[in-house]
Write a protein that binds this ligand. Structure first.
Ligand code: NAD
Length: 512
């Protein structure tokens, strides 16, 4: 298909002409400007059609944005603004996001394929994140610490300066907000680097922040490739902190960059999370939770519960019911209200999911359902893949050890708690875990024994912005969300203030 060289997207998510609500430029140093980087062609994964194009940012834009960020927080007073003054702007951003939920949701659905219900939930979550960080900011206190002499000792906090926020394509506005809101609350400037596969909603968020009164230059949005724009941003000597969400390989490379610069970094990385069904679990609830946990967002979720462990004495009956329930899931375009499993982000990613399933089959996996592109002619033009249940492989197999990031669950039996914990922890990842059981003591024991940053008991994929989120092992370092999220975007400074007026012992004697 021939694409024009430069096609704007209306924020209603439809190709359009230049109108007030049209985005066709990147946001650098407080200016909307035509990018000079690679041409990004955005394809609607439900139809395969290019719906908009955009010229990406370049490493030169990184320089401009970093300089402007430092200048803006100083000259606009953002860095030194009182907490309630910054909180006011964050509240307004939250309100503006709420006012724009329909628009954000439609734009994100056409860009990523996700269902409208999913993208609306992500927008609501982003609004909540800005409001929570505003409220938390107003309650943060510096401390007067117990002193050891005739002086006051203060433990205070200050903005770091310019923060880099590098995000993946799977949940754009929510992952943006999780970084941008606390970084702004802390008085920093932020440069967001959304991915080439899904740049639009982050640009729309910049519009919203601008409208809410965020001073010019405090935020820039530089869509572009990771190895050019992302790398330049992370390496820039005047970027003081990096908050990254993405794959473990990229995260590890960025950890080296951070080590070189001695730059604080948060890495939210991949997962291969176990979901555990004990023989006393409410099977209907467990199945509903497992379907949602692994197939919502078409499995393109870091916390997808993609390894399903079932106690052996219930294994056969559970598999039969899980497969029957999976077959009822409605696969379709994200714009249709009853769709549960929407297309994947694009065709190349869909093909990589298909390849992983083929390799699993070559390794001995049995496909109990799915394992193919749907043959429904209605879906022929989109990047669809059927929700898939595999069995017959060991936990050590590639399909159980590597992240698929697609609608693929592998079901494995376990004998007892000890066997279960050993298998669940036999992975490089440590992001999330689900436990289904009626025995709360057992749930507690297993929750403590499994190596995961988040554990859900008789539920899955529920989130509260007030609750910290982090990954263990290769799933990351550092924590996002929660009240302390703001502090992680600040430098700590201690101040000693003399109260005695007395000279220190080495002072020269005063002349008579
Ligand atoms: P990715 O690592 O390929 O890319 C993530 C971001 O990093 C993109 O913006 C990309 O352009 C940028 N990037 C790539 N190489 C870079 C480099 N050398 N320097 C700087 N930036 C670079 O990941 P993806 O495919 O976009 O996202 C999927 C991954 O994200 C999955 O592994 C998923 O589990 C993970 N993820 C984790 C969480 C979490 O909170 N733990 C949440 C969502 C997604």
């Amino acid at each position: 298909m021939n694409a024009p060289t430069h096609t704007p997207v209306t924020t209603s998510g439809r190709p359009g002409t230049f109108a007030a609500d049209t985005i066709d430029e990147i946001f650098v140093a407080g200016q909307w400007t035509r990018g000079t980087g690679q041409l990004i062609e955005s394809v609607d994964p439900a139809t395969g059609e290019i719906f908009a194009t955009l010229h990406a940012a370049t490493a030169d834009d990184v320089d401009l944005a970093v300089d402007a960020g430092h200048r803006a927080i100083r000259e606009s007073g953002w860095a030194n603004a009182l907490p309630h003054e910054r909180a006011l702007i964050l509240h307004r951003i939250g309100d503006e996001i709420d006012n724009e939920i329909g628009r954000i949701s439609r734009l994100q659905t056409i860009d990523t394929g996700k269902t409208l219900a999913e993208t609306a939930a992500l927008a609501r979550s982003a609004a909540g994140t800005f409001r929570y960080m505003a409220a938390a900011l107003e309650t943060m206190e510096d401390a007067i610490t117990p002193s050891r002499g005739s002086y006051l000792t203060f433990a205070t906090h200050e903005p770091i300066g310019v923060i880099a926020a590098i995000t993946p394509w799977n949940s754009p506005i929510a992952s943006d907000a999780q970084k941008i809101a606390p970084a702004l609350a802390a008085g920093n400037a932020v440069i967001a680097k959304p991915p080439v596969w899904a740049p639009w909603v982050t640009l729309l968020l910049a519009r919203i922040c601008e409208r809410a009164g965020l001073p010019a230059g405090v935020m820039s949005v530089l869509p572009g490739a990771g190895h050019t724009v992302g790398a330049a941003l992370a390496r820039h000597p005047r970027v003081g902190r990096l908050s990254f969400t993405g794959g473990t390989t990229t995260g590890r490379a960025l950890a080296h960059v951070a080590a070189e610069k001695l730059m604080p970094v948060t890495l939210e990385l991949g997962g291969k999370s176990p979901t555990i069904v004990f023989d006393d679990a409410d099977i209907d609830q467990a199945i509903a939770g497992i379907l949602f946990g692994v197939f919502s967002s078409s499995g393109q979720s870091c916390i997808a519960g993609s390894r399903v462990f079932v106690q052996r004495n219930k294994y056969d009956v559970f598999i039969e019911r899980l497969v029957a329930a999976t077959r009822t899931l409605r696969v379709g375009p994200g714009t249709e209200a009853d769709t549960q499993v929407a297309p994947l982000i694009n065709f190349s990613h869909r093909d990589s999911v298909a390849e992983m399933v083929e390799k699993a089959v070559a390794d001995g996996a049995q496909v109990l359902c799915g394992g193919a592109i749907p043959d429904d002619p209605r879906l022929a033009r989109g990047a669809y893949y059927l929700p898939t249940v595999l069995t017959g492989v060991e936990n050590t197999s590639t399909i159980c050890q590597e992240e698929v990031f697609g609608p693929v669950a592998v079901v494995l039996p376990f004998d007892d708690e000890a066997d279960l914990v050993e298998q669940a922890n036999d992975t490089v990842f440590g992001l999330a875990c689900g436990i289904w059981t009626a025995d709360y003591r057992r749930a507690w024991r297993v929750a403590k024994a499994v190596q995961a940053g988040t554990v859900w008991i008789n539920t899955y994929k529920q989130f509260s912005i007030s609750t910290p989120f982090s990954g263990l092992k290769d799933s990351g370092i550092g924590t996002e969300k929660g009240r302390d999220g703001i502090r992680s975007y600040m430098n700590q400074k201690s101040i000693y203030l003399d109260l005695s007026g007395r000279a220190l012992p080495w002072a020269a004697p005063k002349s008579e």
